[in-house]
Design a protein around this ligand. Structure first.
Ligand SMILES: [Zn+2]
Length: 200
């Protein structure tokens, strides 16, 4: 089939032949010149030739496989003084750390919503597993986001089964869990490969 090649401004360049595609190609290369489809995608019914107009195109200077994809800049340094409290507080930003009836503190410190919104350095994960008992605990979003913004913010976290707080971090007793309930099972009392420690 024939097509008409035009300059960028619509001046006639040439009539050339391309294979009879059902759907017109978006780009036609003619010698060293590149043309992009100017008329609608289907072949015109009235017998007029599909029009392609010249595009400014250039051969890349970079050989395959190209350069590494740019990585976004890391979020700003965390400001640990930007705190608020979930639950009971004894002063603004200061939680009531007295134990409630279930063993949890009456209040917990978290990074402020504004500080958490500055960007996470880890995924937001809510479920973790205590390696000593094998059971899983779920925490609220403000705490989960605080871990995601600043993995080293806390020194300990709560286990619902043991009803007490135990250390987190590289030598801690908790790993992030997949979000399903794990029944007590001797095989689950060790860290599985791929499980990441809470607080790292
Ligand atoms: Zn436990």
């Amino acid at each position: 089939m024939d097509i008409e090649l035009q300059t960028e401004g619509g001046g006639h360049v040439a009539v050339v032949e391309i294979p009879p595609f059902q759907r017109l190609p978006a780009v036609v290369i003619w010698g060293v010149r590149t043309f992009t489809l100017h008329t609608a995608g289907e072949r015109p019914a009235d017998g007029a030739l599909p029009v392609y107009r010249e595009a400014f195109a250039f051969v890349s200077l970079t050989p395959s496989p190209g350069k590494p994809r740019p990585t976004p800049p890391p979020p700003p340094e965390v400001d640990r003084s930007a705190r608020e409290v979930v639950g009971a507080a004894v002063a603004p930003g200061v939680p009531d750390t007295a134990a409630g009836p279930d063993g949890q503190q009456r209040g917990y410190v978290v990074l402020s919503a504004e500080e958490r919104a500055k960007g996470f350095v880890r995924p937001v994960r809510r479920h973790y597993r205590h390696l000593k008992c094998g059971d899983q605990t779920t925490m609220g979003y403000a705490l989960a986001e605080t871990y995601a913004r600043d993995p080293g913010f806390y020194g300990a976290t709560f286990c619902v089964t043991c009803k007490a707080h135990f250390p987190v971090g590289p030598d801690g007793e908790f790993v992030w869990a997949g979000g399903f309930v794990i029944t007590k099972d001797a095989e689950r009392l060790v860290q599985n490969p791929g499980e990441e420690k809470v607080g790292t």
